[in-house]
Design a protein around this ligand. Sequence first.
Ligand code: ADP
Ligand code: MG
Length: 539
Amino acid sequence: MAKKKEKQQQSSAVRKRVPKKRATETAESMAARQRDISVSEFFAKNRHLLGFDNPRKALLNAIKEAVDNSLDACEEGGILPEVEVVVEDLGNDRFRIAIQDNGPGIVKRQIPNIFGKLLYGSKFHRLKMSRGQQGIGISAAGMYGMLTTGKAVHITSRTGKGRPAHHFQLQIDTKKNRPEVISDTEVEWDVEHGTLVSIELEGKHMRGKQSVDEYLRQTAIANPHVKIVYKEPGGETITYESSTDELPAHTKEIKPHPYGVELGVLQAMLKDTKARSVSGFLQSEFSRVTQRVAEEICTNAGLSPNAYASRIGRHDVEQLMEGIAKTKIMNPPTSCVAPVGEEQLVQGLASVVEAEFYASTTRPPAVYRGNPFIIEAALAYGGEGQEADAPARVLRIANRVPLLYQQGGCCAYQSVVQTKWRNYGLTQPRGALPVAPLTIVVHMASVWVPFTSESKEAIASYPEIEDQIVRALQECGRKLKIYLSRRKREAEAQRKRDYIETYIPHIGIGLRELLGFSEREEQKVVTKLTGLLERHRDG
Ligand SMILES: Nc1ncnc2c1ncn2[C@@H]1O[C@H](COP(=O)(O)OP(=O)(O)O)[C@@H](O)[C@H]1O
Ligand SMILES: [Mg+2]
């Protein structure tokens, strides 16, 4: 029976299947349409991948890309950042945004490529902690503006005193992913060094949770060294003063760690390397690979350390991957990541959220996929501005940049929900945020933040990252618990004192009536008792 069925199936597979008649293509006719797709064309169609999927988000995103760049540039130049953000409402859902910084400026010949070409930047090819990483931020914002309003991007930049300020008007040729310079002039500019970017775009201005205001407010929390002046479309100016004059610690660029490398990347690196031998290649292209470690990797891979790097075939690369996995290699150096710092994080938080109690924790460095990272967490509890019977607010920050979208899909948010807040004296419905007058901040600092998409809105869930976030939150939770139980004890003592205080005059009267105390004697006892209570209160 079973055999018969098999036979039937076989014969139907062999039988030639003929579809119903309709217009068909040939390989040749299809070939006529097969061609390259430029990155800008791709992202013009898929702008949601970069976070430009609706006007409200687009306005926020364009500002965010420019501000992130300004802060990165200032810090790299060792300058305390002062950034001005101006948003003008031009009517008909059009806005002009202008972001000016006091950074090192941009040399003239680089301006067109930076603002008029997607995937062009200084941060992608290095492993260093920075806000930008893909080289797609500001040019995408400019492209979105151009697509929705037809207007060019305006850039003014000066690299130092005595040097000319350059003004450019640029558009992107999306077909070729190339800048088109509309004008290029030297101008008068009363700024010693810095950059001003102005983009006209279709947008929507709203206040509240995912607004420009909120982004800037949270930026101030994670960047207490930054001064931001924000001129709103309504004409009002909000200033976030800096609360410290200390720049974030200088971070070093590192080489990739062998544990994080993928097969294809390893293959490409082998092709590019200047090193002659495999052992030399491993030592020069990776961090934490000494000669001894390189030799061990080769032994574990069954390869000779002296084999020519350029002659390593595909099979050998696979073996090399195995060799790396089998070898114990020290964790990457962590001088490449700089946390905000426990004290500064509280300073930043306190300047924006008024609360009764603050706590913060900076975890020791850890590693995911070969990339070092540091997790920090902070809490602000109580205070009039925070609702007591609403879920806590979670502020997610990655390399000092606030993340405002895709909360549910973010590892930071999921870790907050996973943490058992009941252990720390808070109410928490199952699988939800704790309900308390509470703001929770989670910061991930890393040479490479694993975002779930190019729009950089949510952190991907790696077990190592989740684990660190939960630990950081637990540490803050324990501090909160101590505060809450002290507060409870104090409230209890106060209740008792109040109780006794009400009865003191009655005690006096009782003493006079029962024991025949004089008024003076009665007063003496009352004063003594009141004094004792006061001393108890003052601790
Ligand atoms: N305001 C600025 N000041 C100085 N350099 C800038 C500024 N904005 C952008 N840049 C340079 O332009 C590059 C591209 O920026 P961007 O497209 O946002 O990509 P990314 O920030 O991911 O590298 C940056 O890497 C930086 O070198
Ligand atoms: Mg950028």
